[in-house]
Design a protein around this ligand. Structure first.
Ligand SMILES: CC1=C(CCC(=O)O)c2cc3nc(cc4[nH]c(cc5[nH]c(cc1n2)c(C)c5CCC(=O)O)c(CCC(=O)O)c4C)C(CCC(=O)O)=C3C
Ligand SMILES: [Fe+2]
Length: 366
């Protein structure tokens, strides 16, 4: 747990809040290994029961070993918390901030146990995923539910902040990151360089049960609009495909797309990982190693922009999402851009259902 500065009495109730009974904030992350011995057990946690071939696991293990068996993701969560904590306190939120991961230490059950021991009854979780899908929404909620069961009757309740793919601060933070990348392109080419937005691929059967693609496309559209980038100049592609080779996953794959970009005559491209919140392993390996190597081979100058990370606007937005919940904000007080409006606070029962199994899908279609 990262405690607010010691001068703040942790039991002080949020000043801005009158009715809410939340007594802690919980950051929920994916988790990542922090030493070589962690790599395989971490990957086994990620893929348990998910039909991922052993060869894929061994291949991904190599990505981690390429970086000394350390994923930067946990350190990035620590940095985010170190920035978010003071921001919350500036807004009068003095609640303690806890952190639990889905796949690696600090694991959710341990964190919830610690919260229970500290007397926390009801917490508000920020899940570090911007878009809705089984993998990025319901699976986190299931993990939280299982962790609560493990802790037993004293486990704190956990509510979740809304997804923020269309929040104006998220759009601006992403647009800023693309601007930083554009500054590295020669001035005379800046108005034309293609912009490739990339996100984690998910099984087509998982995508069919969620708004993942629509939300991603909306974020890309809004970021492009803020940058005055014409729709013909940007693309949304997918990376880090997993699963069995025969299964359908979201496409186009980024590597295929980069080849097309080169064939159409471009010499430069901006790759923006809009689907991720920090420069973790999927970014460092799949983009900075794999995609970068391909680009060198085909003569394409690839400039990869940063994820939002600890961008001030992004941190401000997380703070705003917490404050709006503590204050019980009305729908029209919740900020969102574009055509979909603010997402629900509480997921409806059919939200982000697990993927229909491919064999069932085949039956349904025949
Ligand atoms: C939508 C989505 C996000 C974005 C939203 C979110 O952040 O949640 C995301 C993030 C991440 N994915 C990550 C790593 C991995 N994802 C895997 C596998 C999978 N991801 C999936 C989806 C997503 N993943 C899916 C459908 C699978 C197949 C297995 C399954 O159905 O669950 C595997 C297994 C090996 C393989 O790649 O096959 C690994 C190692 C890391 C950590 C990086 C680090 O350590 O720095 C992060 C942040
Ligand atoms: Fe959901």
């Amino acid at each position: 747990m990262i405690r607010p500065e010691l001068s703040v009495d942790q039991r002080t109730k949020c000043e801005i809040e009158t009715t809410s009974e939340y007594d802690a904030i919980l950051i929920v992350g994916f988790g990542g290994p922090e030493k070589p011995e962690d790599v395989m057990p971490f990957l086994e946690n990620v893929t348990r029961g998910r039909n991922i071939p052993r060869e894929r696991l061994e291949e991904v293990a190599e990505h981690y070993h390429h970086f000394g068996g350390v994923s930067p993701i946990n350190e990035q969560v620590r940095s985010l918390m170190a920035t978010l904590g003071p921001e919350l306190r500036r807004h009068g939120v003095a609640l303690p901030i806890y952190w639990g991961n889905r796949n690696w230490t600090p694991m959710l059950p341990d964190t919830l146990r610690e919260m229970a021991a500290a007397g926390v009854k009801k917490s508000l979780a920020i899940v570090l995923a911007a878009y809705s899908s089984y993998s990025s929404c319901r699976q986190y909620r299931e993990d939280i539910g299982r962790a609560r069961e493990e802790v037993g009757p004293t486990a704190p309740e956990v509510a979740k902040t809304r997804v923020f793919y269309n929040h104006p601060e998220f759009i601006t933070a992403n647009a800023d990151r693309v601007r930083e990348a554009l500054a590295k392109i020669p001035a005379e080419d800046r108005g034309e360089v293609p912009i490739t937005f990339t996100a984690h691929s998910i099984p087509a059967a998982m995508a069919a049960n969620s708004l993942y693609e629509e939300q991603l496309r909306e974020t890309c559209r809004l970021v492009a609009a803020e940058l005055n980038v014409d729709s013909r100049r940007w693309s949304l592609v997918y990376q880090s495909r997993s699963g069995r080779p025969g299964d359908l996953w979201l496409e186009p794959d980024i590597l295929e797309h980069l080849r097309d970009v080169r064939e159409q005559g471009a010499r430069e491209v901006i790759v923006h990982p809009i689907g991720f919140l920090s420069d973790h392993m999927e970014v460092l390996y799949d983009l900075d190693e794999e995609a970068q190597q391909l680009c060198e081979k085909i003569g394409l100058n690839m400039v990869r922009s940063s994820t939002v990370g600890t961008h001030r606007g992004f941190v401000r937005m997380l703070c705003e999402l917490v404050c709006e919940r503590l204050q019980g904000a009305q729908e029209d007080e919740k900020r969102a851009l574009g055509r979909f409006g603010p997402s629900h606070d509480e997921c409806p029962l059919n939200c982000c259902l697990p993927p229909v199994r491919p064999q069932n899908l085949a039956h349904a279609q025949s």
